[in-house]
Design a protein around this ligand. Structure first.
Ligand code: GLU
Length: 322
């Protein structure tokens, strides 16, 4: 009669071994009115639905944006974060804003999410037709810690401009820049964000703000010289009052983590999104056109995290020999 008892005990032991330790993971996003917040919320929603199975609880933390997310992942404050592909590149290589801290060898890519152009908006009747017209006007260059600020700095350099060329270079957050534009406290702002963005919808609808194109020889050089930049066109009618298509350039929003986050945690996060991919794509119009293969082929400089690699390999999204 001893035999069945041992078997049951063994079964209990074996099944308890697959129940993971409860764990909370934090996703660093951006400002409350940005699309990164929607990325974090969508991922947490899908993950938390299955908490009883994997034991992981997910929370979203708003932040200054990409640069802060990279730094907070490095410091262990966030487990995951949404990060512009140009910022990811600079962090991995130890360039630009990360020159002093050096290459971030622990930063890991999980997947990329959607194209994120640099959107420049001008106040209606500000007289601005092209970016250079912001000289001697008040322009919001973006808050420190944002990816927007890093990209705007590169644009200024490419155009041989500097913040001192503006009458005032403000550093408002994306939550503040729309109201500031509509109250005539600034003449324009830059924002690297997925489209359509509620933040830009508010500004264009409230005070007829206009999208300013970014193209020409200086931007051609940026796109040719930097692997993470690409030209893109914002379809006419994406925003109220902006009926014509507008050419600009931009990057890709990516989802990253640290090598220190365990493989099974990253695997659970990736499964929650890609096992329910059609549902994920419906969570925000910016994700609508995402394809699983794009998610691992565009904008990733950091090494893919082992947990993500295992999932994509199992599903045949990464094939042997890739
Ligand atoms: N790309 C922006 C940044 O890194 C954030 C955009 C968003 O929150 O949707 O600063």
């Amino acid at each position: 009669m001893k035999w069945p008892v041992v078997t049951i005990a063994t079964l209990i032991l074996a099944s308890s071994a697959v129940i993971a330790q409860p764990r909370t993971v934090t996703i660093g996003t951006g400002s409350a009115t940005g699309v990164y917040q929607a990325v974090g919320e969508a991922i947490c929603r899908l993950l938390n639905r299955e908490s009883p199975r994997h034991g992981i609880h997910c929370t979203v933390k708003s932040s200054d944006g990409s640069v802060q997310n990279v730094n907070a992942i490095k410091g262990g404050e966030f487990d995951f974060g949404v990060v512009q592909s140009d910022v990811q590149y600079h962090a991995v290589k130890g360039q630009g804003l990360f020159k002093e801290s050096g290459p971030d060898n622990d930063l890991r890519a999980v997947f990329s999410v959607y194209p994120e152009p640099l959107m420049v908006l001008a106040r209606n009747r500000s007289g601005v037709e092209k970016f250079e017209d912001f000289k001697d006007k008040r322009f919001n260059v973006g808050n420190p810690g944002s990816g927007t600020r890093a990209t705007v700095d590169m644009l200024l350099k490419a155009l041989n401009m500097k913040p001192g060329d503006f009458a005032q270079a403000t550093e408002l957050s994306p939550d503040e820049h729309g109201p500031a534009l509509c109250d005539s406290r600034i003449d324009g702002f830059g924002y690297v964000v997925g489209n359509p963005a509620a933040n830009l919808h508010y500004t264009t609808k409230t005070c007829n703000a206009r999208l300013i194109p970014l193209s020409g020889p200086a931007i051609d050089r940026l796109v040719v010289n930097y692997p993470y930049f690409a030209y893109t066109t914002i379809a006419g009618g994406t925003y109220p009052g902006n009926r014509e298509p507008v050419r600009t350039f931009g990057v890709v929003a990516t989802f990253v983590t640290s090598a220190k986050v365990p493989d099974d945690v990253v695997y659970a996060v990736v499964s929650a999104v890609f096992d329910h991919f059609a549902e994920f794509r419906k969570q925000h119009p910016s994700f609508a056109h995402l394809q699983p293969t794009d998610a691992i082929n565009s904008g990733l400089t950091a090494q893919l995290h082992n947990g993500a690699f295992r999932y994509f390999r199992e599903k045949g999204i990464i094939r042997r020999g890739d």
